[in-house]
Ligand binder design. Structure first.
Ligand SMILES: Cc1ncc(COP(=O)(O)O)c(C=O)c1O
Length: 382
């Protein structure tokens, strides 16, 4: 068998990115909120069936905006998984509020709705859910819990553009959804994001927060004569260069997901024997989910074996990687967050045992065969 060098991720370039960037340059508008920003927003509003989408320069920015919009302040608490990227918690801590870390479901690695009650206090103001690997959380019970306790819900849908839960697009179920178009995502523009606003009462203030706290968007719509500083805000508008690039990618969203499904199913089928033998656990898609196949994450039996497998694959030119160091175990998580005395046993185990295999649009069957063969070789004789 040929030896390959297999990256973990390889950004897919669809072919029209440079044409659209050139077009934005020729049109003489490369700062924010121009033609391509509006094209991306219209595309996503139609695709996801959302009232208003605001493009941002990252998912981090969208999360920060959502936390400003619900007026988070010192003393407030926000329930979220510990098994997530730092931006989920930073957005809360930056407002002086406290992230309260909740355990996850061992099958989906998403927030476990059964653990919500133990995280609730009279200070809880919101829940941030994270749709891990493009599979949506159990939004039905989570939304029921939030309504009963009068909480806002923000969907960190960084990884789930193109994913559906019970027929609804991820990010459109709660008050807000936050998308990422970082280079590592299915559809990307280097750095980029979007805020989905599902409650129209937040739209006007969101536009102001995105424009450094000014009513500049109203000014551009000729609604006011001058624009000025009217609220808190920051620089969350992406450049037209990013949005021109992204629009070319969005045009190929369905095709990209279709191809990733094929890649996902290949791994699932060809690694199933190792699961039957009890060496690994394969990802499980819940029946109410239609995911975007963002990641293929397996669980190993323990951290030692997981790390040995990483090294073995690396020695054979394959880059397979672990994922989040749980936030409740991190220095900043300990300083800014809080966790129940019972701890987060599922999170601890998943953080230690999870391994992500290479998935990217252009991965060939031969390369997937090569990856699978080396995983089998590793477990030979164990
Ligand atoms: C769950 C989650 N939230 C937020 C982010 C931050 O996204 P961005 O890099 O677009 O700010 C990421 C990035 O990988 C993520 O995985």
């Amino acid at each position: 068998m040929d030896k390959y060098n297999v990256p973990f991720n390889k950004p897919f370039i669809t072919g029209k990115e440079l044409d659209y960037i050139a077009d934005s340059v020729v049109q003489g508008h490369i700062s924010g909120n121009g033609l391509y920003t509006k094209k991306c927003e219209s595309f996503l509003e139609k695709y996801t069936n959302c009232d208003r989408v605001l493009m941002t320069n990252s998912c981090t920015a969208a999360l920060e905006m959502a936390c400003m919009l619900i007026d988070l302040k010192p003393g407030d608490e926000v329930i979220m998984p510990s098994f997530t990227f730092v931006s989920t918690a930073n957005a809360v801590a930056l407002r002086g509020a406290t992230p309260v870390f909740c355990d996850i479901d061992s099958r989906t690695f998403n927030l476990d709705e059964a653990c919500l009650s133990s995280c609730l206090s009279d200070k809880t103001k919101a829940i941030i859910v994270v749709h891990y690997a493009g599979q949506s959380c159990a939004m039905e019970p989570i939304m029921r819990f939030s309504k009963k306790n009068n909480l806002y819900v923000i969907e960190d849908a960084a990884q789930s553009v193109g994913s559906y839960y019970q027929g609804q697009h991820s990010g459109t179920i709660a008050d807000f959804g936050c998308f990422s178009f970082h280079e590592t995502k299915n559809i990307m523009c280097g750095e980029g994001g979007a805020l989905l606003i599902n409650n129209p009462k937040f739209i006007q203030r969101a536009e102001i927060i995105r424009e450094k706290g000014t009513n500049r968007e109203s000014f551009f719509r000729n609604e006011v004569e001058l624009y000025t500083w009217v609220d808190l805000g920051s620089s969350y508008v992406p450049s037209e260069l990013q949005m021109a690039f992204l629009y070319a990618q969005l045009e190929n969203l369905s095709q990209v997901i279709k191809q990733r499904k094929i890649i996902f199913e290949y791994y699932k089928k060809h690694l199933s024997k190792l699961e039957t033998k009890g060496f690994i656990t394969l990802p499980e898609i819940q029946s109410d989910n239609k995911p975007n196949y963002h990641l293929f994450a397996i669980l190993c039996r323990n951290i030692e074996e997981r790390n040995e497998l990483i090294d073995y694959l690396k020695d054979n030119g394959i880059s397979a990687v672990f994922h989040y160091i749980s936030l409740h175990s991190s220095p900043a998580g300990k300083a800014f967050g809080r966790v129940d005395d019972a701890g987060l046993p599922v999170t601890d185990n998943v953080s230690e045992c999870l391994l992500r295999l290479p998935v990217y649009y252009e991965i060939s069957v031969d390369i997937q065969k090569y990856v699978v063969k080396h995983i089998f070789d590793f477990y030979q004789g164990r």
